[in-house]
Write a protein that binds this ligand. Structure first.
Ligand code: KIV
Ligand code: ZN
Length: 398
């Protein structure tokens, strides 16, 4: 038998992970997802209610609409930190700072590519030029704002010695959050865990800043990579509602939050998100941008808590833990759904009939179940109305 664990072994207080929501910036960059300033305000209110620690509202130097959105949101939302994205250019920084004027808790988010591919083909700059440009813009911004996040675009494909050098210089220049984006969703959990561990333990000044993970989903690894970054020491995660974002999207907020909630003991980490607001927030975004999530999308998809097969339904009727690892109510769904169809068994049909007020004897149930199976050959799903009609027919035949 295992020895009982001492309290010291079981009571690890979870690390508080800050949720940086970028639905309104990186999310909005996904094709077909642009939002007007009033729509962004509606979404920002929902994100604040959800408990996002930081809301990135847009990229003010890139559009008048983003400047307006930031002003609208800044005038109304007082609690979350409000961030805007900016290139490492004085002109961009000035526009961004102006856009942030109304914000109670403003953050400037400056970014610059660091990888060899981006340096050579996009920026046409040397390592030294990239380093100087990052330091110059952070030091310039620091004259006007304290909360500065610096992102090393394409950070996970950057030579590690150079990444350490840039991060150290950014911290020395005044950055308070260091974000390492996996811009093209290329890394793996093992790689990013090690990368964060080494940055946090080896870079001078690392202990004075928050490290942040920003993972894209090109290989479907964004959530797994973000979790691994947390294991490596990241204490801020960047994500979007429904995982919208460039190409295959960003780390999905609802998935990373629920992974930490359900497996919190394993990761020794949790967020401050009100998980009961996840489904309403997801549905709001779907309505606003008209991009709908697939039925089998984790947490917020219509099938996430639906069961059709007889074996699963039978297990669920005995104990919901057999096939559910979260309660639907905890993420904002009204309840589990027992869908009746070709794969359903007698137990589920009987339970549904009872819920509709029909209490059948064994023989009666046999008859109805035969009719139910016949109906399933003609249609995919049998609704309550279909069952009531079946009962009517059975009654008429008697
Ligand atoms: O994916 C990325 O590299 C970004 C940065 C601009 C933060 O979105
Ligand atoms: Zn991104």
């Amino acid at each position: 038998m295992n020895a009982p664990q001492s309290p010291a072994q079981t009571q690890v207080s979870p690390a508080r992970i800050r949720v940086f929501d970028t639905t309104l910036r990186d999310g909005e960059q996904s094709p077909g997802c642009s939002m007007t300033p009033p729509q962004k305000l509606v979404m920002a209110r929902a994100l604040a209610e959800l408990g996002a620690d930081v809301i990135e509202t847009g990229f003010p130097a890139s559009s008048q609409s983003d400047r307006e959105a930031m002003a609208l949101i800044g005038r109304e939302l007082r609690t979350p930190v409000l961030a805007v994205l900016s290139r490492c250019l004085r002109a961009d920084v000035d526009i961004s700072l102006q856009a942030l004027e109304a914000a109670q808790r403003p953050r400037l988010h400056v970014f610059l590519s660091t990888s060899p591919l981006h340096r050579e083909h996009k920026l046409r700059m040397s390592r030294q030029q990239v380093l100087d440009m990052a330091v110059e813009s952070i030091a310039y911004a620091k004259r006007f704002i304290d909360d500065i996040e610096f992102s090393t675009e394409d950070g996970t494909r950057t030579e590690e010695d150079f990444l350490h050098e840039v991060v150290a210089a950014a911290i020395a220049a005044g950055a308070t959050t260091i974000n390492i984006p996996d811009t093209v969703g290329f890394t793996t959990p093992e790689e990013i865990r090690g990368l964060f561990r080494r940055l946090i333990t080896q870079v001078p000044g690392a202990g004075n800043v928050v490290f942040s993970a920003h993972c894209h989903n090109d290989l479907g690894l964004a959530v797994a990579n973000t979790l691994a970054a947390i294991e490596g020491g990241a204490r801020q995660v960047e994500c979007t509602i429904n995982g919208i974002g460039e190409r295959a999207g960003n780390c999905a907020l609802e998935e990373i939050v629920m992974a930490l909630k359900v497996r919190g003991a394993f990761f020794e980490a949790d967020t401050g998100i009100d998980t009961r607001r996840l489904v309403p927030t997801s549905q709001l975004l779907q309505r606003l941008v008209g991009m709908h999530v697939q039925r089998n999308k984790a947490v917020v998809g219509a099938n996430a808590f639906a069961h059709e097969s007889g074996i699963h339904q039978h297990g669920m009727l005995r104990h919901r833990g057999t096939y559910e690892i979260m309660r639907p109510q905890d993420v904002g769904w009204p309840d589990t759904q027992m869908v009746l169809g070709r794969h359903s068994g007698r137990a589920a049909v009987e339970q549904r009939l009872r819920a509709l007020g029909y209490y059948l004897e064994e023989g009666e149930l046999d008859l109805v179940f035969t009719d139910f199976k016949a109906l399933c050959e003609q249609q995919r799903v049998v609704t309550d109305a279909d069952l009531q009609a079946l009962m009517q027919d059975t009654g008429d035949a008697e």
